[in-house]
Design a binder for this molecule. Structure first.
Ligand code: AMP
Ligand code: MG
Length: 420
């Protein structure tokens, strides 16, 4: 009888590590990078704030009118059932305040954004008064304080308005500007070196030999890493030569915080990443119980964290988004990740699965007419079929112990929103 060896179809294989265990190990092996820089606010979107921002002033700085109308003293408002007349004693517009104090029975013509004149605490919309000459008449339907934006109602002097670790968004940048803040201290960019490996891999623009294929992984990763808080060092395509791989990774380890390679981490004769790296740094080779994405390496070379991703184009993206990106967010100390939370959706079709590994299908998430979330797969799910990922807007994540999904079952879905 032929003695076969454990393989990727064999779920009882030893050395297979659970997806959640792999994620936990990676996160516990990763530290926040040190170093920060001061940048103008117009360059701060997508960067991580180092220390919390407390408001140096009230916003708005002055109480002001929310509408075009008339400012007056609420003490002069008519009682129920009656009406009252007010003399228009002046005007105020945004940037052009009325600087005197009004007397009882007077009002000020006021425009949106104008500072409320001293003594006034209420604004009446112009459509709600009857004006004849320099007098307005109003009824008893008005309330003290209406149509006034109070000083400090957006942000109060001294209040913490952005917390440390915040990944800065467009409204955050506007908020800083409204506080008069022109520069922010943000974490330095994370330096990530990336490489594709394989004798068969050719760059776009070159002509592959008969058995060659174009490099897609490096371009998928370049695009996934194209963010304001990351600086990429492109190591290009590395041939399947142990010394070359080792020299290249050792050479870059002093300059990069992270090295990400794809290919060469399986058990084939040309899978040299393993041979190369077992002699350098601390690298563990894992068979993660995840489909796609099973072979993977994780560890460090010098001070750089090392991720050896599988070669298959879909496996690269699945392992990148589910295992590498959380680690990058930790290194950048991002506290409020923009990635949409996992949700449940109803499967529109049956999906075959065996218990014993986490299965990540590429799905199309949609809301049906009953406002219920539904999901279907993008079709063929082979780990080399990149279209399955390109057509998708969500991962369908079938957990380790689960078996096949029936049509109509609820499944876990990770929307791509916030991933890119
Ligand atoms: P490997 O793990 O190196 O054996 O690669 C697994 C599969 O992924 C093989 O079919 C490779 O040709 C393919 N592959 C590896 N690297 C890339 C790449 N950079 N772009 C596209 N396909 C790749
Ligand atoms: Mg290879």
């Amino acid at each position: 009888m032929i003695q076969t060896q454990p393989n990727c179809a064999d779920l009882s294989e030893t050395g297979l590590i659970h997806f959640t265990a792999a994620k936990a190990k990676i996160l516990s092996g990763i530290q926040v990078i040190a170093g920060h820089q001061c940048v103008p606010i117009e360059q701060a979107r997508g960067r991580t704030l180092i220390s919390a921002i407390s408001a140096p002033i009230d916003v708005p700085a002055h109480s002001n009118s929310a509408v075009d109308g008339y400012a007056l003293r609420s003490a002069d408002l008519p009682m129920d059932g009656s009406s009252a007349g007010f003399a228009v004693a002046g005007s105020a517009s945004a940037g052009n305040p009325f600087n005197r104090t009004i007397s009882p029975g007077q009002c000020i013509r006021i425009m949106t954004g104008a500072a409320l004149p001293a003594g006034c605490d209420t604004v009446i919309m112009q459509e709600r008064v009857e004006r004849s000459g320099d007098v307005i008449l109003l009824d008893a339907s008005h309330r003290k304080g209406q149509n006034v934006r109070q000083a400090g109602e957006d942000m109060r002097h001294g209040e913490i308005v952005l917390s440390s670790g915040r990944l800065l968004t467009p409204p955050d940048i506007g908020l800083c500007a409204s506080l008069g803040i022109a520069e922010l201290t943000v974490r330095r960019k994370l330096r990530i070196a990336i490489a594709s490996t394989g004798d068969e891999i050719y760059d776009t623009g070159s002509i592959p030999c008969a058995s060659g294929i174009y490099d897609s992984n490096r371009y998928s990763l370049l695009a996934a890493l194209d963010r304001p808080d990351i600086e990429v060092i492109d190591l290009g395509i590395l041939r399947d030569q142990p010394e070359l791989l080792l020299d290249t990774f050792n050479g870059i380890a002093d300059h990069a915080d992270v090295i990400i390679s794809s290919g060469g981490v399986s058990v084939g004769d040309a899978d040299h990443i393993k041979t190369a790296l077992q002699t350098s740094g601390n690298i563990d080779f894992w068979k993660v119980a995840i489909k796609p994405g099973r072979p993977m390496a994780f560890g460090n070379i010098g001070n750089a964290a090392f991720f050896g991703l599988p070669g298959n184009p879909v496996a690269v993206l699945v392992t990148f988004y589910l295992l590498v990106l959380p680690a990058l967010e930790k290194m950048l100390s991002i506290t409020d990740s923009p990635i949409a939370p996992m949700m449940k959706a109803r499967a529109l079709q049956a999906i075959r699965k065996r218990p014993g590994r986490t299965q990540v299908q590429r799905g199309i998430l949609q809301c049906n007419e009953q406002r219920e979330w539904t999901v279907k797969t993008t079709g063929k799910q082979g780990s080399g079929i990149l279209r399955s990922m390109s057509l998708a807007n969500a991962f369908i994540i079938l957990p380790h112990h689960s078996a096949s999904v029936r049509e109509g079952d609820w499944v876990d879905v990770q929307p791509f929103a916030g991933l890119w």
